[in-house]
Structures are given as structure tokens and as C-alpha cells.
Write a protein that binds this ligand. Structure first.
Ligand code: BES
Ligand code: ZN
Ligand code: ZN
Length: 491
């Protein structure tokens, strides 16, 4: 989709998008100047049908002969005082889906001329473009017949030269971020057979502008990354740890490490999952997908912080060499772990990666993982859980999430629950009691971060959407990529 901002667009698109705010049609400058008759016609029509423009209500007009637009979509945006960036994302998302169902190729949006109390033109452009691009996503790689319904051209009308520049920056940023979300969604939607750990590593190596190092099995053995190795030993596909480094040109304001769980398929191992629970387990590498995608975006957005991305990747299978319940391994940081349930595997690979990343003393370390089913029970599929050792870091991430509408909800890491991880034979065991499973998983990870300021984000719920949302199609969502991009560019 080509996206641009224009001051006086020619009134010749197939679909024009307009908004109704505070019960009044919002009229973009170019229409006021060039097509006053059309404006009058729409206004009297809206009056006739008593369209008040309630939020989420819309009206499609097909104006044969009256103007050079084949269709005009009038979106209700409710009250001006309630208008925010999320409403803009959603309205552009819905508009693009409407445009696709109408099979139009050229869209002109008048929403670029709206103003918001707490956001500047660049932010408005970013939100509108993100909404459009993210809604346009389709995963068709495995469809033998797919029809091309994509929009070729989307333009936003803007009022003047200075808005044009700011708008352009917003479009550029949004394109980088949406490309990254696409990458994360594509990786998670890809069948496990086509993305073994080594293949994920190759995806990392292809991203330009980063210093990338892949630790293959021999190297993992030499380094004694026994958690990553233990999880992968039941699979024919070797495990990997990947390090990707972005360094800014100027002295870095902060060094921030990102760690992603990259289980390319989670069968549960010998603690085998029931068939139904296994169906979605190709996306158990969503945390790693988010890290890879964010690193791609960061290499282009070029923030003033150093970002180190790590993915710990293995396939959790019940092969004859698989680890057994009751086995004990020594983790990279020396902690001995009794594995009582081989399905609690994410924490084992993350433990090694976190310990390795912390050795280099980053200012902050953040891990992302589809870690526990318990998280879905606690928060449902629209909220991720966040836990951490640094209240300031946790708050910054929650705020970044709220800004982009990816909701993070804090869970505690209470000392009292630590008891549950005590093992009779090793330093710790890999599961707690029957309740508070997301928290005991978080407490397990805490053993591997030392004193580094750390936040853990359990994305088991929102990494996948069962429903088609305005700009999040069914399937892998890429949840956290936008939050991380916003967070990392805010220093
Ligand atoms: N990958 C799963 C967690 C998961 C479950 C993510 C459902 C998304 C949807 C994880 O590896 C797992 O199996 N966790 C176990 C932990 C338990 C054995 C302590 C779980 O949640 O059941
Ligand atoms: Zn598991
Ligand atoms: Zn898992």
C-alpha cells in the first residue's frame, strides 16, 4: 500500500472517508474549496437519515454521477472530547477493511485533518497509518488460491505545508513499525515445520544494521547453557541462542536488553499436552518473534539507546532423548533445576538467556514470553501480565503499552510464594503449586537476573487473537512490538 499526505488532493479517489464528530460532518479543507455542492448534499442526506455519528456507527454512500468518488464512507466518531489515538487507529482499520470488501484500490481519507487535544500531527499520522496497515495484514503464504484485495494507494488530505512534513514523518515511522508487526505476525503464524530454531536464527541474521551472533548447539554446550539444551534434546532440531546488537551513533543513553521465548513448537515434551491444547503451540515463539521484529524496527528508527535482542529457541518434543520429569540440570548461572514438568519449558530457556544477557550489565532487561496458561485464566486474552523488580521500569512499560493500546497489567512477585519453588533434590524446581502459576513462573525467572532491573511480560493471552478486531486480524497479533518501539524511542 502506497501511503502519502497531500495538501489539495484531486477529488478522484474510488473511496473517500469522512468523519462525523459532535453530530457534525467534519469537512476537510479541499472539499470545502473544490466541491461545496457535494458537502451540502452529504449534509442534507445525513440530516434526512438522522445520522448522529455515534462512535462505531458508519454510513456508506455510493454517489454515482454526483462526484468523482465512487463511494463515500461516513464514520461516526462520537464526541470530540472523547476522540483519541486509539479511535483513529480503529477507524482507519475499519475503513481499510470496508475498502477491501468494496474492492477499491484508491482511498482518500479526510481524517488526517482532525485535531486532538493531547497529540500532535505526527502522532495522528502515525496512529492513522498504523490502523490502516495493521488492518490490511493477511497471512496467505499457504493459500494456493488467494485473490489480491490489497489497497494500492491511500492518501490523507492535510491542511498546510507544516502539517505535510509532520504527517510524512508519522507515515514513515508507522510503516517501519507496521512492517515489524507484520514480521512478528508472519513468524508466529508460520507452521512449526517451517521454522525450526536454526531458521529463526537465519531470519535474525538477515536483518541489516545489527551485529548478530548465533550460538549453535556446540557453542551452547561449551557455554553450559543447559536449560536451552535440556528443552531441545527431545527434538531432532538443534536449539539456538541469538544475540542481536543495535548501537546508536552517539553515546547510548541507556543499554536495554530484550529477551524472547522462542519455542518453535511446544508439545509439552514427555509431560505431553492434550491434543486441543497443542493446536495453537506453533506460536510459542511469539516472544522471540517480537524481539526479532523490534530489532528490525529499531535498526531503522535509530533511537539513542543501545538495544540488545536475545532469542532463546528450541523445539519442545517428546523424542527418545527428551528430558524426563525428575531430571536435574545446571543452568548457565550455576543454579541447579529439577524439572518436574517438561511442559514448563519456557522458563528453562529464558533462564539461560536472561543470565547471559545480565552478565553484560544492561540498565534494563525485559523478557517477553507466552509463558503460562494461568495468565489467560487470570487476565483473559486482551491483557498481558507484567512483573518486575524495578517499579519505574514496570511503570514505563505499562505507560508505553497504554499509549499504543497494548494493555499490561501488573502482578506481584511475592517473597512468600518462593517456597513453592523449593526442590528436595536441587536448588529450585520448575513448577509451583496449583495456583498463581504466572507468578511462580515469574519468581522462577527472577533467579536468573541477579540485580539487573528486570521486567517480565507474559503474553500468553494477547499474542493471539481469536476474533477479528478493527486492526488486529484473527491469529498472531505481534503484541508488544508497538509497545517496545514506543518505549525504546522515548529516551
Ligand atoms: N506455552 C505454554 C503456555 C501457554 C498455554 C501459552 C496456553 C499460550 C496458551 C507453556 O510452556 C506451558 O505449557 N506452561 C504450563 C506450565 C505448567 C506446566 C506449570 C501451563 O501453563 O500449563
Ligand atoms: Zn509448555
Ligand atoms: Zn511453552
Amino acid at each position: 500500500m502506497r501511503i502519502s499526505a497531500v495538501i489539495s488532493p484531486k477529488t478522484s479517489s474510488e473511496l473517500l472517508i469522512l468523519a462525523v464528530l459532535d453530530e457534525k460532518l467534519h469537512i476537510p479543507d479541499f472539499l470545502k474549496k473544490n466541491d461545496a455542492d457535494l458537502v451540502k448534499n452529504i449534509q442534507s442526506f445525513l440530516k434526512k437519515i438522522k445520522f448522529k455519528g455515534e462512535n462505531k456507527k458508519s454510513h456508506l454512500l455510493s454517489y454515482e454521477g454526483l462526484s468523482s468518488f465512487s463511494h463515500i464512507l461516513i464514520l461516526g466518531l462520537g464526541k470530540k472530547t472523547d476522540l483519541d489515538l486509539e479511535k483513529l487507529r480503529q477507524s482507519m482499520g475499519e475503513s481499510i477493511k470496508r475498502a477491501k470488501s468494496l474492492e477499491v484500490k484508491k482511498v482518500l481519507s479526510g481524517l488526517g485533518e482532525l485535531s486532538l487535544k493531547n497529540a500532535n500531527t505526527e502522532e495522528i499520522a502515525l496512529a492513522l497509518t498504523e490502523g490502516a496497515l495493521l488492518a490490511d495484514y493477511e497471512f496467505v503464504s499457504y493459500k494456493s488460491k488467494s485473490k489480491d484485495s490489497s489497497i494500492q494507494d491511500l492518501s490523507f488530505s492535510v491542511k498546510d505545508k507544516s502539517s505535510l512534513n509532520a504527517f510524512g514523518h508519522g507515515i514513515e515511522k508507522a510503516s517501519v513499525i507496521a512492517d515489524a508487526v507484520y514480521l512478528s505476525r508472519n513468524l508466529a503464524n508460520t507452521p512449526s515445520a517451517d521454522k525450526p530454531p536454526v531458521k529463526l536464527a537465519q531470519v535474525c541474521q538477515k536483518i541489516p544494521g545489527l551485529k548478530t551472533k548465533v550460538f549453535h548447539e556446540a557453542e551452547l554446550k561449551r557455554l553450559k547453557m543447559n536449560g536451552i539444551l535440556a528443552v531441545g534434546q527431545g527434538s531432532d532440531h538443534p536449539s539456538v541462542l541469538v544475540e542481536m546488537i543495535y548501537k546508536p551513533k552517539k553515546k547510548a543513553k541507556k543499554v536495554i536488553a530484550l529477551v524472547g521465548k522462542g519455542i518453535t513448537f511446544d508439545s509439552g515434551g514427555l509431560s505431553l499436552k492434550p491434543a486441543k491444547s497443542m493446536e495453537g503451540m506453533k506460536d510459542d515463539m511469539s516472544g522471540a518473534g517480537d524481539v526479532i521484529a523490534t530489532m528490525q524496527a529499531i535498526s531503522l528508527l535509530k533511537p539513542d539507546v543501545e538495544v540488545r535482542g536475545y532469542i532463546a529457541s528450541a523445539e519442545n518434543m517428546p523424542g527418545s532423548k527428551a528430558q524426563r520429569p525428575g531430571d536435574v540440570y545446571k543452568a548457565y548461572n550455576g543454579t541447579t533445576v529439577e524439572v518436574l514438568n517438561t511442559d514448563a519449558e519456557g522458563r528453562l530457556v529464558l533462564g539461560d538467556a536472561l543470565a547471559y544477557a545480565c552478565e553484560k550489565n544492561p540498565d534494563y532487561i525485559i523478557d517477553m514470553a507466552t509463558l503460562t496458561g494461568a495468565c489467560l485464566v487470570a487476565l483473559g486474552d486482551r491483557y498481558a501480565a507484567i512483573m518486575g523488580t524495578d517499579p519505574d521500569l514496570v511503570k514505563k512499560l505499562i505507560d508505553a503499552g497504554n499509549y499504543v493500546n497494548e494493555k499490561l497489567w501488573e502482578l506481584p512477585l511475592p517473597e512468600e510464594y518462593e517456597e513453592q519453588l523449593k526442590s528436595p533434590v536441587a536448588d529450585i524446581q520448575n513448577i509451583g503449586g496449583p495456583y498463581g502459576g504466572s507468578i511462580t513462573a515469574g519468581l522462577f525467572l527472577k533467579h536468573f537476573v541477579g540485580k539487573t532491573k528486570w521486567a517480565h511480560i507474559d503474553i500468553a493471552g494477547p499474542s493471539h487473537s481469536a476474533a477479528d478486531l478493527p486492526y488486529i486480524p484473527k491469529g498472531a497479533t505481534g503484541f508488544m512490538v508497538r509497545t517496545l518501539c514506543h518505549f525504546l524511542t522515548s529516551f
